[in-house]
Ligand binder design. Structure first.
Ligand SMILES: Cc1cc2nc3c(=O)[nH]c(=O)nc-3n(C[C@H](O)[C@H](O)[C@H](O)COP(=O)(O)OP(=O)(O)OC[C@H]3O[C@@H](n4cnc5c(N)ncnc54)[C@H](O)[C@@H]3O)c2cc1C
Length: 516
C-alpha cells in the first residue's frame, strides 16, 4: 500500500465508494473571486475540460458568506473588481455586500460558467496519486480525479471561534459574523460583540441603533481612519458607462493612491506617522471622554495590524448604551459574560467577530501530497510557505490562486488574484506545449524565494510595529502578506517559470507505468 492509501484510510471521506471517479484535466476548488476568475480565464483560453467544486450553493465566497449588517468592501469598488469586468453601476465608493455579490453573480452569468460548477459540494480530501500522476479528489458529492488541482479556497473562509469557557452553555443566540443568523432578532436586545477587527467595526454601528445595550469586547484597539465614502451621481455613472476610459482612469488613480502605502508599510515606516495623526484626529473627533479615548488608542504603530476605516465606529462607542469592555473574558454563563475582573454583564445574544483561521486553516489537512503528508503537517513544521504563493514542494501539479504571502493590507486582493491567474494560465500552456505530466517546484527554489521574502519582511511595519496580529503564524513569521509593491508581484507571476520546477514528460511517465 502506498503512503497515500494509508493516509486516506484515516481521513474522513464522505464521497468514498459512492460513484466512479470522474476525471477532468483541471479541478478548481472554491468559487469566490479567485475560483470564479480561474474558471473564466480557462474558458477564455479555450479550455473546456475543467470543473469547479464549491461547497456553497452559488458563486461569491466571501461575499456570499458575509451577510452581516453593514458588510461592505474597504477598498473602493472601482478597484475591488475584475479588470476584465469593470462595473459602471457601483452605487458608491465602498459597495455593500449585496451589490458585490450581485456583481459576482452577473459576471458568472456573462461568462456562462455556471454549468462548469458543482455547488453544495465540499471537497473532503485531495490526495496525490503518484503512480497514476493525478489528484484523487473526494467530495460530499462523489469522487473525482484531475491532472492539475487548483486551490482557490480563500484565506478568510474558515471562521475562527474563540475558545471561551462555558460558551456552549449560553442560552441566547451566538453566531460568527461570517455565518450571520438572520433569524435572530437583535432589536431591543442586549448584545455582546466580541472583537474589534474589520468585520466588528462594520457590524457595531449597523446594529447599535436598534439594540437595547451593546457591549463591545476589545482585546487590542485598532487604528481607524476616516472612511471617504460617497454615492456616485448619475452623471458619474453615465460617464463610467459610456466613456470606459474615465472608469479606467478612476481605477488607476485609486490603484496608485493605495500603492503609495507600500512605501510606509514595507520601506519607510516613518511615513505612516502622517496616517497615524489622521487616525488620532478621528478618535478626537468621535470621542470626547478622555478615559474612553485612552482605551481606543492603540499602543502600537499604525499599519502593524490592518488599518480600518470608519466614520461611525468612535461615535458609536461614545453612545450611552454602548460599553467598550477591555477586561478579558473569563467565562460565559447561561445568560451573561463574566470578565477577568469579576464583572457580570447579562446579554441576550453574542456576535463573534473573531476572524478566521488564516495560517491554520482546516483546509490544509485535506490536501495530501506525494509523501502522504498533508499541507497541515508540512506547514505546521515550517510555517505556511509556497513558491510565489502558488506552488509547494511535495505537492505536484497543485497551484494556488492566492496562497501564502499573497495578502494585502492596503489594496485590492483582486489584483493579486489576477496576477495568479496569469501564472495559472501560463502554467497550463507550458504543461500542454511541452507534454509535461508532472511538475513539482524544486525545494531549493521554494527555500530561496521564501528566504528572500522573509528578509524583505523584516523591515516591514508588520514585523517592527510592536503588535501581535493574525498576520503572524505561531513561529512569529508573517506568512500572510506580500511585502512589496503589488506590481512587483504582477511581474513575478507574469509567466510560469518552468526552470524552478522538476518536470516529467507524459511519455516518460507512460514508459514508467509500462515497465512497472
Ligand atoms: C468581511 C470581509 C471583507 C473583505 N473586504 C475586502 C476588501 O474590501 N478588499 C479586499 O481586497 N479584500 C477584502 N476581503 C478579503 C477577501 O476575502 C478577498 O478580497 C477575496 O474575496 C477572496 O476571494 P477568494 O476567492 O480567494 O476566497 P473566498 O471568497 O473566501 O472564496 C473561497 C471559496 O472556496 C470555497 N471552499 C473552501 N473550502 C472548500 C472546500 N473544501 N470544498 C469546496 N469549496 C470550498 C468557499 O466556500 C468559498 O466560496 C474581505 C474579506 C472579508 C471576510
Amino acid at each position: 500500500m502506498t503512503q497515500v492509501a494509508n493516509r486516506r484510510a484515516t481521513t474522513p471521506r464522505n464521497g468514498a465508494g459512492r460513484s466512479p471517479r470522474k476525471h477532468v484535466s483541471v479541478l478548481i476548488v472554491g468559487s469566490g473571486f479567485a475560483g470564479l476568475g480561474a474558471a473564466i480565464r480557462l474558458m477564455k483560453e479555450g479550455r473546456d475540460d475543467f470543473l469547479v467544486i464549491e461547497r456553497g450553493s452559488e458563486v461569491g465566497g466571501t461575499w456570499r458568506d458575509n451577510t452581516y449588517p453593514g458588510a461592505a468592501c474597504d477598498v473602493p469598488s472601482h478597484l475591488y473588481s475584475y479588470s476584465f469586468a469593470l462595473n459602471p453601476n457601483w452605487s458608491r465608493s465602498f459597495s455593500p455586500q449585496d451589490e458585490i455579490q450581485d456583481y459576482l453573480r452577473g459576471v458568472a452569468a456573462t461568462y456562462q460558467v455556471a454549468d462548469k460548477h458543482l455547488f453544495d459540494t465540499d471537497v473532503t480530501l485531495a490526495a496525490w496519486d503518484e503512480p497514476r500522476t493525478r489528484w484523487l479528489v473526494d467530495t460530499t458529492n462523489g469522487n473525482f480525479s484531475c491532472d492539475v488541482l487548483v486551490s482557490a479556497v480563500g484565506a478568510l473562509a474558515e471562521p475562527s471561534l474563540p475558545d471561551i469557557k462555558g460558551i456552549e452553555n449560553f442560552r441566547g443566540e451566538v453566531f460568527h459574523s461570517a455565518r450571520w443568523n438572520h433569524d435572530a432578532k437583535l432589536a431591543g436586545k442586549r448584545v455582546a460583540l466580541i472583537g474589534t477587527g474589520a468585520s466588528a467595526i462594520q457590524i457595531g454601528p449597523a446594529i447599535a441603533e436598534d439594540v437595547a445595550q451593546l457591549d463591545v469586547y476589545q482585546r487590542t484597539a485598532p487604528w481607524v481612519m476616516p472612511r471617504h465614502d460617497r454615492s456616485y451621481s448619475t452623471v458619474e455613472s453615465l460617464a463610467y458607462k459610456h466613456i470606459p476610459l474615465v472608469q479606467r482612469a478612476a481605477r488607476n488613480a485609486i490603484y496608485w493612491g493605495r500603492e503609495a502605502y507600500v512605501l510606509g508599510f514595507a520601506f519607510e515606516p516613518r511615513i505612516l506617522q502622517v496616517a497615524q495623526r489622521v487616525a488620532e484626529r478621528n478618535i478626537a473627533k468621535g470621542i470626547k471622554d478622555p478615559e474612553l479615548r485612552a482605551k481606543v488608542t492603540p499602543d502600537w504603530q499604525i499599519g502593524c495590524k490592518r488599518i480600518l476605516i470608519s466614520n461611525t465606529w468612535y461615535p458609536m462607542l461614545a453612545r450611552d448604551h454602548v460599553d467598550l469592555v477591555t477586561d478579558g473574558i473569563a467565562e460565559v454563563r447561561e445568560n451573561a459574560i463574566v470578565t477577568a475582573d469579576g464583572t457580570v454583564r447579562e446579554v441576550d445574544a453574542i456576535v463573534l467577530a473573531t476572524g478566521f483561521h488564516v495560517t491554520d486553516s482546516p483546509t490544509f489537512q485535506r490536501i495530501v501530497g506525494n509523501d502522504g503528508r498533508s499541507l497541515a503537517d508540512v506547514w505546521d513544521e515550517s510555517g505556511q510557505q509556497a513558491y510565489k504563493g502558488a506552488a509547494v514542494a511535495g505537492f505536484p501539479n497543485l497551484l494556488f490562486v492566492i496562497g501564502p504571502n499573497c495578502g494585502l493590507g492596503h489594496s485590492s486582493m483582486i489584483y493579486m488574484i489576477e496576477s495568479h491567474l496569469n501564472y495559472l494560465a501560463s502554467a497550463l500552456q507550458t504543461v500542454e506545449k511541452n507534454g509535461i505530466a508532472r511538475f513539482e517546484v524544486r525545494p531549493e527554489a521554494q527555500e530561496s524565494y521564501n528566504a528572500k521574502l522573509q528578509q524583505q519582511m523584516q523591515r516591514t511595519i508588520w514585523q517592527t510595529g510592536g503588535c501581535a496580529s493574525w498576520y503572524l503564524d505561531k513561529h512569529g513569521n508573517n506568512t500572510t502578506l506580500w511585502p512589496n509593491f503589488t506590481f512587483v508581484f504582477r511581474q513575478l507571476t507574469r509567466r510560469f517559470d518552468v526552470a524552478a520546477y522538476d518536470t516529467e514528460s507524459i511519455s516518460s511517465r507512460r514508459n514508467e507505468r509500462i515497465s512497472a
